[in-house]
Design a protein around this ligand. Structure first.
Ligand SMILES: [Zn+2]
Ligand SMILES: [Zn+2]
Length: 268
């Protein structure tokens, strides 16, 4: 609790409540160097919908027909205790300062993914542009190919954002936009109303129901673009999928999700 209080008071409060590491409790920083180093990426290499093994988290061939999201780059399982504790403090205890550590971790994970893309492509490309080489290039998300992309934070419901004081996805997207020269922050999506209860709806109805809770304010801005939806955790992928449908109907070339973690928070 004192971590929240200290955000609301001037800096001299540091003397009364020194920062303590969310990993080990040592004083001095929200995340000490040794805990930060211990945080290793374990990128999702499965389809976000059925968990079939795919490169980089591409949506698998059999889910492609039913879904709009091209895939999800997710850095680590939500079950990882340190990442869970960081995300929890970030979202629920108002420790917005944690953004910098999480953005750095996402940056490190993307570098790993980029290296593995290069390793996979080198031998294939060396043998000439065949069917397999083209497939491998098409499998690599624009985010890892260094192409211009729009980072679109998944908006929070305005009431939730007011309670929390910030939208964690926007904070993360802002940090990431500063890190990639060809990455631009876009805020074309907004939330219009609370999503109705999902439990009784089928897959397609569920997506339509979620899509109705969002609005695309500037369809021209996303047309002809590679869009990356930024969020903290991906669970069922249904929100990202509904947004991907809106974006693709407006002409986006590809829509991926980029999240810190994957898995089900309730089961973690
Ligand atoms: Zn520590
Ligand atoms: Zn699948």
């Amino acid at each position: 609790m004192h971590q929240r209080i200290r955000l609301l008071l001037p800096r001299f409060i540091d003397l009364l409540f020194p920062l303590s590491c969310l990993g080990c409790g040592n004083e001095g920083a929200w995340l000490c160097t040794s805990c930060e180093r211990s945080l290793a990426p374990l990128l999702a290499n499965h389809c976000p919908f059925c968990e079939a093994k795919t490169n980089f988290g591409n949506t698998c061939d059999s889910c492609r027909g039913r879904h709009f999201l091209d895939g999800a780059i997710s850095c680590v399982p939500y079950a990882q205790p340190l990442i869970r504790s960081l995300i929890h403090s970030w979202k629920y205890n108002g420790v917005a300062h944690v953004t910098e550590y999480l953005a750095r971790f996402v940056g490190l994970s993307l570098n790993r993914a980029r290296q593995s893309a290069q390793r996979m492509q080198a031998p294939i490309l060396a043998t000439g542009i065949g069917k397999q080489a083209l497939r491998s290039l098409a499998d690599t998300p624009a985010l890892l190919r260094g192409e211009p992309i729009l980072l679109e934070p998944i908006p929070l419901h305005p009431k939730r954002e007011k309670e929390r004081g910030f939208n964690q996805s926007l904070l993360l997207a802002q940090r990431l936009a500063g890190a990639g020269a060809s990455w631009r922050l876009s805020r074309s999506l907004s939330r219009t109303k609370k999503t109705a209860a999902q439990a009784t709806l089928s897959g397609t109805d569920r997506r339509t129901n979620i899509a109705a809770a969002f609005e695309l304010s500037d369809p021209e801005a996303v047309s002809g673009q590679h869009v990356v939806l930024v969020d903290d955790v991906i669970t069922t992928g249904s929100t990202a999928d509904a947004l991907a449908q809106l974006l693709k109907e407006a002409g986006s070339i590809s829509v991926w999700a980029l999240t810190i973690a994957y898995g089900h928070p309730a089961h973690a």
